[in-house]
Design a binder for this molecule. Structure first.
Ligand code: AMP
Length: 226
């Protein structure tokens, strides 16, 4: 079972960070003709930043780096390329967070080959060990306080990873899960929210409850052993 510091990010924090980004970009005088949202984490921030700038031109580009919650799946790579004619246009690439910085660098370098007029990058969060520093970021995270940010659009994906890791050790009642989420990840959840989360994961066939104890389904245990 991994012990990874994590934080449940709220929608209010997302709204604040994106509004700060909007202000910074506007104040800097940069006027993007197109905003590129990096799939998947950058989609919601990019959409909110588009609104901040009153622009409709939102484009998607997919990069892949981190697989299962908080574990990298090899080198960052582009999944597909930009198809739009961006030559001479000012572009802004938006992502949720720069951690290694590899994804944003990759997207930046790819976009540069399309000869844009200007190219700038923005993230809500920037961990200061990142090899790539965005032109705009709303909040800096000290590398010594590295945290896995559970964004609202990744809530079930991340929580199902953490919860199933706990249950892969041994079937547990809800209060034990709550206590291990707090101990291993610093995540504090109300009873109601944890209960609703477990019910959803049960409906999706990821966990099940027998006699008051939750467990991962057998196939999940098998995968772990392999
Ligand atoms: P990276 O290439 O390491 O800068 O990060 C690529 C993507 O992985 C980010 O855009 C996020 O979607 C996700 N990611 C990386 N580190 C974190 C983190 N500490 N918390 C939440 N998501 C992360």
């Amino acid at each position: 079972m991994r012990s990874i510091p994590a934080k449940l990010v709220t929608w209010d924090e997302i709204a604040d960070w994106c509004s700060s980004l909007g202000r910074m970009i506007v104040d800097s005088g940069y006027r993007p003709d197109a905003v590129i949202g990096l799939a998947r984490g950058g989609w919601v921030p990019a959409r909110l930043v588009c609104d901040e700038l009153v622009t409709k031109n939102l484009i998607s580009l997919k990069t892949q780096h981190w697989g299962v919650t908080a574990s990298r799946d090899g080198k960052a790579r582009l999944v597909g390329e930009l198809q739009e004619d961006l030559s001479g246009r000012n572009i802004l690439i938006v992502d949720d967070i720069t951690d290694t910085g590899d994804s944003l660098r990759l997207a930046h370098d790819h976009a540069k080959t399309l000869s844009p007029g200007g190219i700038r990058t923005a993230t809500m969060l920037h961990i200061n060990h990142s090899s790539f520093v965005p032109d705009y970021y709303a909040s800096e995270v000290d590398k010594d306080k590295w945290t896995w940010f559970v964004f609202p659009w990744n809530y079930y994906e991340d929580m199902s990873t953490f919860i199933r890791e706990i249950l892969a050790e041994e079937p547990s009642p809800e209060r034990e899960i709550a206590s291990l989420l707090r101990k291993n990840h610093g995540i504090i959840m109300t009873e109601g929210r944890l209960g609703r989360t477990l019910s959803r994961l049960e409906i999706l066939g990821l966990v099940r409850q027998i006699e008051g104890k939750w467990s991962v389904l057998v196939e999940e245990k098998e995968k772990k052993r392999r």
